[in-house]
Design a protein around this ligand. Structure first.
Ligand code: SF4
Ligand code: SF4
Ligand code: F3S
Length: 266
């Protein structure tokens, strides 16, 4: 309550905007408290009221006023092909906008698998030569928050930690916050006793599916996926993909689109 709100510039590269869709559904903390009391979301070209030249002026103003103090949040990745022409916000290639805004940021957050790992735009054959943001920004601390999208409370949890402790959360070797990405989905999955007992769903809608058996044979990637879905869950802790009857497709892991079928074992 006594701290000034920290300025945040939120950029959108090649993306689908579902990371934003996830973020605005955060229940703990409520996203309205994050946006109105914790951060000052000075620029977000998707949800801000300003548009066009007015929006771009705000971006430059924010950059100058909070030089070295703002957090740069990036949703989406950067296409390098054809001189960056495949993503051209505000009349400049996104890669240039990204470099320019990163130059004066105190830290950079890579929201989602697009910014963290490339995601579908970077899947083979990657016609736009899309790259994750760490390939463009090499001289700033980057926190990766992968997932397609990431869990809302994981996103706001990362921001809350940074504002509360005035430092980055502890990161793993892939720059993901350990507090949310240090365990596999499989480690805390409520279907794990069935895995251990050798009880598997063999076909969609079989007896095992109705009994809630393990989805490993249906291609579940929970054993190789690091994320908080089986602990934090989604929609204010209501459920997650496996609880809805579908295996994890490993959406927070690098290259998950190129690793073969979502429905076969690795
Ligand atoms: Fe959309 Fe997924 Fe990319 Fe987020 S990570 S912008 S949800 S495609
Ligand atoms: Fe592991 Fe997936 Fe089976 Fe859960 S459903 S126990 S994550 S293999
Ligand atoms: Fe993604 Fe697997 Fe969670 S598909 S949403 S990491 S259960």
């Amino acid at each position: 309550e006594t701290k000034p709100r920290i300025p945040v510039i939120w950029l959108h590269g090649l993306e689908c905007t579902c990371c934003s869709e996830s973020f605005i559904r955060s229940a703990h903390p409520l996203v309205k408290d994050v946006v109105l009391s914790m951060i000052s979301l000075d620029y977000d070209d998707t949800i801000m009221a300003a548009a066009g030249y007015q929006a771009e002026e705000i971006l430059e103003e924010t950059k100058a006023r909070y030089k070295g103090r703002y957090i740069l949040a990036v949703e989406g990745n950067s296409p390098l092909g054809n001189d960056g022409m495949y993503c051209f916000p505000g009349g400049v290639p996104f890669v240039e906008k990204l470099k320019s805004m990163a130059a004066d940021a105190q830290a950079v957050i890579a929201w989602g698998s697009c910014a963290s790992n490339g995601c579908i735009q970077a899947a083979k054959p990657n016609p736009t030569q899309a790259v994750p943001i760490h390939k463009v920004i090499t001289d700033k601390p980057i926190i990766k928050v992968p997932g397609c999208p990431p869990i809302a409370e994981v996103m706001t949890g990362v921001l809350t930690y940074m504002l509360t402790f005035e430092r980055l959360p502890e990161l793993d070797s892939q720059r993901r916050p350990k507090m949310f990405y240090s365990q596999r989905i499989h480690d805390k999955c409520y279907r794990r006793p069935h895995f251990d007992a050798g009880q598997y769903v063999e076909h969609w809608d079989d007896e095992g599916a109705r009994k809630g058996y393990c989805l490993y044979k249906m291609g579940c990637k929970g054993p190789t996926t690091y994320n908080a879905c089986s602990t934090v869950r989604w929609n204010d802790g209501v459920s997650f993909p496996i609880q809805s009857g579908h295996g994890c497709i490993g959406c927070s892991e690098e290259g998950f689109w190129d690793r073969g079928s979502f429905y076969s074992r690795l």
